[in-house]
Design a protein around this ligand. Structure first.
Ligand SMILES: Nc1ncnc2c1ncn2[C@@H]1O[C@H](COP(=O)(O)OP(=O)(O)OP(=O)(O)O)[C@@H](O)[C@H]1O
Length: 620
C-alpha cells in the first residue's frame, strides 16, 4: 500500500504550505460504499481509497444535473484542495469521470448537524452544544472571509461533524471569491443560496453583497440549531423571500425561548440585522460572551454522537421516512419542513425569481408603526416588544399581508398551516382562513397606523410619503367596506384586501367625509397589459376600480356644485334665460357659474348612469 506525501505551496491565498498525503485521481482507486448524502447536483458516498486504505467521502457531481459553469465547478474543487483550516472542509483531490466530477474529501462520520437533528434532536440542540458548534463554524468563516471567500450556503446541512467531534463547514458548491474579477466577480450579483438562510441583500440583488451575507446565514443557522428548523422553513420559497424582505428579522423570543441565555439571544440579534454594514464580522462575533460556554470536540462527540447509528443507516432511515410520508401525503408539521427543504434544495439551481414582481408584491404589504418581529414560521406568531434590541427596533417594520392568491397549482402553500386559525399580533387579531382551494384571506382587525391602503403603482413603501396618522386613523375609523380596494395583478400573486367583500363594497353609501379622506389613497386605474391579466382582473377588480374612480368624481363634483351654489348666492340668476346667452356670460359671473353648474350637473347624471351600468355589469 503506497503512501505518498507531497509538499504543497501557498496558492490562491488560502494559507501556508503543508504536507499532505497524495490521493489517487483514478476512479478505479476508489470503492464507493453506501450513499451518505445528497445535494442539488451531487450524491455523496462513503468510500474506500484503496491505495491509502482510508475511508473517505466521495462527492459525485453530475455535470448534466448542474446549471453551473463547468470551469466554476472545477475551480471550486481546486479551492477546496487548497483549504488549510481545520473547520473548513477541504478536498483531498478531484478528477473527472465521464459526465461527472469526483471530489474526494475526509469522511465526516457524524454527518451534518441537520442529519443529527432529524435523527435525534428534532427540537434542536442544547445551548452549550450550539455554542461549541457555532464557534467552530465561525472560525471557519473567519478564515474564508480573511482569504476573500464568501461561503454563501451556511446552514446546518452544511455543518459536518467527524467521529471525534470536529466540526467543519462543508459544501463549497456555491461559494464565491471576493477578489476575483470577471465572471466570478459578477457571480456576486447572482441569486445563490437557500432562501430560508439567504440574507435580504442577496435576495434583493440591488447592490450585490459581501461576506456579511454569511453572517446573516450564520444567524439563521443559530436559530435552526436552537429550534430544529430554520425560521419560515414551512413556507414556500416565494413566501420566504417576501417574509425575509418585509418582516422584521427573526430571532429568539424571550418568552418562548426561555431556556436560552440572554447572550445567545443577543448574538443572534447581532447577526440578523437587515443592514449588512451593521452586522459584525466573524472575528468580532467570536468575541461575544455567548461563545465562552463553548467546549471541546470531545464534548460534541460525547453529546451528539454517542449511541448514534452509522451515518449510512441514519441517512437511509431518514430517506425512507421522507418517501413514506410523501407517498402517503401525511405530513406532520416537523416533516413538512423537511419536504420543504428538499424543495429549497432543488430550487437553488432551478428557480427563476422575478425580483421586480416580488418587490412589487412586497410593496403592497402595509407597514405598522410598531417595530415587532414575527419570531417563527408557524401560523401562530409570538411577539415580545421587550425582546427587541435597540438595533433591531430601527429595522423594517412588521408587515401585514392581506390576501395572497397563488396562481399556481402548487399545493405546498400548505393552507393547513393557515387553516389552524388565529394569529395574535400586538393590538390586533388576525383571522386566517381559507375560502377556496388556493386563496387564503387574512382578516386584520388591527390598530396599526401604517395606512390601510397603498396606491397600486407605488415603487416601494419607503418611497411613499406616509399617510399622516390622523388621516389614516380617520379612514380606519370608518366602515371598511367603503375603502377602495387595493388591487395589483402582476406575476404570480394577486393581492387584494382580504376584508373587502365585493357585494358590500358596491354599496354607494359613501360618506362625504369618507371620500375626502379616501381620495388621496385611490389607486390609479391601471389597465392590465395582457389579456390573461385583464380577464382575471375583470373577474371583479376592474369593476371595483372603475366604480371607485366614478364615485370619487361624483363626490368631488357634488362638493364643487355645493361650493358654486354658495358662491353664486342666488338661485334666481341661475334660472334666468338671459344667463344662458353667450353674450351675457362674459359680462355676468353669476350667469357663467350657472352654465358651468348645469354642465356639471349633466356630467353628474352621466356618471350616475355609468355607476349603475358598472354595477349591473358586475352582477351579470
Ligand atoms: N465529507 C462528508 N462526509 C460525510 N457526509 C458528507 C460529506 N460531505 C457531504 N456530506 C453529506 O452529503 C450532503 C450533501 O453534500 P453537499 O452539501 O456537499 O452537496 P451539495 O450538492 O453541494 O448540496 P447543497 O448545495 O444542497 O447543500 C450533506 O448535507 C452531508 O449530509
Amino acid at each position: 500500500m503506497a503512501k505518498a506525501w507531497e509538499k504543497v505551496a501557498t496558492a490562491a491565498g488560502l494559507g501556508g504550505s503543508w504536507e499532505r498525503r497524495k490521493y489517487p485521481i483514478r476512479v478505479e482507486d476508489y470503492e464507493l460504499y453506501e450513499e451518505i448524502g445528497q445535494g442539488v447536483s451531487a450524491i455523496v458516498y462513503r468510500s474506500l481509497c484503496k491505495p491509502l486504505d482510508e475511508i473517505v467521502a466521495v462527492k459525485v457531481l453530475d455535470f448534466e444535473r448542474t446549471n453551473s459553469d463547468l470551469n466554476n465547478i472545477m475551480r471550486e474543487a481546486q479551492t477546496m484542495i487548497l483549504i488549510d483550516q481545520p473547520n473548513v472542509m477541504k478536498a483531498h483531490c478531484s478528477f473527472t469521470n465521464n459526465h461527472s466530477l469526483w471530489v474526494v474529501m475526509p469522511y465526516m462520520a457524524g454527518g451534518s448537524c441537520l442529519h443529527i437533528m432529524k435523527s435525534v434532536y428534532p427540537d434542536g440542540f442544547e445551548e452549550a452544544v450550539i455554542a461549541t458548534v457555532l464557534r467552530e463554524v465561525l472560525k471557519g468563516l473567519e478564515y474564508l472571509h480573511h482569504h476573500g471567500h464568501i461561503h454563501r450556503d451556511v446552514k446546518a446541512g452544511n455543518i459536518l461533524v467527524d467521529s471525534r467531534g470536529v466540526v467543519k463547514l462543508g459544501d463549497f458548491g456555491v461559494s464565491a471569491c471576493l477578489f476575483d474579477s470577471g465572471d466570478r466577480q459578477r457571480a456576486r450579483n447572482t441569486f445563490v443560496g437557500t432562501p430560508c438562510w439567504m440574507a435580504p441583500e442577496v435576495m434583493e440583488q440591488l447592490h450585490g453583497y459581501d461576506f456579511k451575507a454569511d453572517i446573516w446565514s450564520f444567524g439563521i443557522t443559530a436559530l435552526e440549531l436552537a429550534h430544529g428548523h430554520a425560521p419560515f422553513s414551512k413556507f414556500p420559497p416565494m413566501k420566504v423571500l417576501l417574509m425575509t424582505l418585509q418582516n422584521a428579522p427573526p430571532g429568539l423570543d424571550y418568552e418562548r425561548d426561555k431556556k436560552f441565555s440572554r447572550h445567545f439571544k443577543q448574538m443572534v440579534a447581532m447577526c440578523l440585522v437587515k443592514d449588512p454594514s451593521k452586522r459584525p464580522t466573524a472575528k468580532k462575533l467570536l468575541k461575544q460572551p455567548f461563545f465562552k460556554q463553548a467546549r471541546s470536540s470531545d464534548f460534541i462527540s460525547r453529546k451528539l454522537l454517542e449511541g448514534l447509528p452509522g451515518l449510512g443507516a441514519r441517512y437511509l432511515a431518514l430517506k425512507e421516512k421522507d418517501e413514506v410520508l410523501l407517498s402517503q401525503k401525511k405530513m406532520p408539521d416537523g416533516q413538512k419542513e423537511e419536504i420543504s427543504q428538499d424543495e429549497y434544495k432543488r430550487g437553488i439551481s432551478s428557480w427563476n425569481f422575478d425580483m421586480d414582481d416580488l418587490k412589487s408584491q412586497a410593496s403592497l404589504i402595509t407597514e405598522c408603526d410598531d417595530s415587532i418581529s414575527c419570531k417563527d414560521s408557524d401560523a401562530s406568531c409570538f411577539y415580545d416588544l421587550d425582546t427587541i434590541l435597540p438595533e433591531r427596533a430601527t429595522g423594517p417594520h412588521m408587515s401585514r399581508v392581506f390576501s395572497i392568491k397563488y396562481d399556481t397549482d402548487t399545493e405546498y402553500i400548505n393552507a393547513q398551516d393557515y387553516k389552524r386559525g388565529t394569529c395574535k399580533w400586538p393590538g390586533q387579531e388576525t383571522q386566517l382562513h381559507r375560502n377556496s382551494k388556493h386563496q387564503i384571506n387574512i382578516h386584520n382587525r388591527d390598530k396599526c397606523n401604517g395606512g390601510p391602503l397603498q396606491v397600486a403603482d407605488e415603487p416601494s413603501p419607503e418611497a411613499v410619503p406616509k399617510v399622516p396618522k390622523s388621516s389614516a386613523a380617520n379612514v380606519e375609523d370608518h366602515d371598511d367596506r367603503s375603502k377602495p380596494p387595493l388591487i395589483q395583478q402582476r406575476g404570480r400573486f394577486k393581492v387584494t384586501p382580504g376584508h373587502v367583500e365585493l357585494d358590500k363594497a358596491h354599496s354607494p353609501g359613501l360618506q362625504k367625509s369618507h371620500s375626502m379622506q379616501a381620495i388621496s389613497h385611490l389607486p390609479s386605474l391601471s389597465i392590465p397589459s395582457s389579456i390573461e391579466a385583464a380577464s382575471t382582473i375583470i373577474g371583479g377588480s376592474l369593476y371595483m376600480q372603475l366604480y371607485n374612480v366614478l364615485q370619487t368624481n361624483m363626490l368631488q363634483r357634488e362638493q364643487i356644485l355645493h361650493a358654486m351654489k354658495q358662491l353664486s348666492g342666488c338661485d334666481m340668476a341661475m334660472t334666468s334665460p338671459a344667463c344662458i346667452a353667450p353674450a351675457s356670460r362674459a359680462s355676468s359671473p353669476s350667469s357663467a357659474l350657472s352654465i358651468d353648474r348645469s354642465l356639471l350637473e349633466a356630467a353628474h347624471e352621466k356618471e350616475k348612469e355609468l355607476v349603475n351600468e358598472i354595477t349591473e355589469l358586475q352582477w351579470r
